[in-house]
Design a binder for this molecule. Sequence first.
Ligand code: KG4
Ligand code: ZN
Length: 341
Amino acid sequence: MRTDTVILGIESSCDDTSASVLINGVNASNVMAGQDVHKQFGGVVPELASRAHQQNIIPVVHQALKEAGVDMSDVDAIGYTQGPGLMGSLLVGSSFAKGLALATGKPLIPVNHMKGHILAHFVKANESDESQPNFPFLCLTVSGGHTQIVKVESHLDMQVIGETLDDAAGEAFDKCAKLMNLPYPGGPLIDKYASTGNPDAFDFPTPKIEGLNFSFSGLKTSVLYFLQKEMKANPKFIDENLNDLSASIQAAIIRQLMGKLKRAVKETGIKEVALAGGVSANSGLRKALSDQQASGWVTHIPEFQFCTDNAAMIAITAHFQYLDGTYGSLDDTPNARMKIE
Ligand code: KG4
Ligand code: ZN
């Protein structure tokens, strides 16, 4: 008798269509189709994202099953992103998942995308992979739409203990990059230019926000005013200082993130700390977290393929929900503003 747990995960919350198969939590495939169509607009255009998801979803799911060497009859449950995300994008993934569940009789498992980013740490590279965090741990989840510190008690039980009051950290990277005329998404480009820049060249402020919450909208404004002033005096200022500007902006974002994370560690007494979300691909942030090992922190930094949106993180969350017996139904609807609760 077959005892493996085989989960198909589908992610379509923003601009990447992805499907993954996990066998007993081990990554058997994690297929991704990006969407170049947004580049010319300097940001994700929701309607174009939905249309691209519609084109991509069947080939991406087909490829994920093929690479894993399974077919739908082997799959125990179908996990899909219920939210948060862009409504049109979520609708494509959830409708497809429902159709597939209806046609195959497989259980449906709706997944919270933000929980998925965190639980990506539990996707195993192989059967003997034991690098997963121990409970309880803190997770700094930093993406294009969210910035949260989450206290993770178990695979299914987690609470947000701090979050941004305005822009997300990824949004701050992208908006500052746009001010420097860099294409979308600017985060990875700031990371690249920052690597040869001086983080102390320009002093961008860190806001004083109460508790464990964050605020990033002031940074964008101070960068805007600073650049306007400098460009008046020297129209080539951005081009001539791109590396130093990138390094200084990145340093300001990391200063705030790490400041609050240190405070969360102090307040909770939990020294096991993980990073998650697209911005966890940032080399400065990865280094800043690793440096805390000297202070006794046990740190977990995701592999690059699990930082930005991917379906393996949705499949692993569905895997734990499946083992717990928490299934969804055809009546579930996407939730663009879904919260961790
Ligand atoms: O988690 P994600 O793929 O999508 C959302 O759910 O938002 O995160 C995307 C965000 C974008 O803002 C992008 O600029 C940022 O992650 N990002 C980075 C880096 N790679 C991706 N930001 C800074 N440095 C990077 N290396
Ligand atoms: Zn995400």
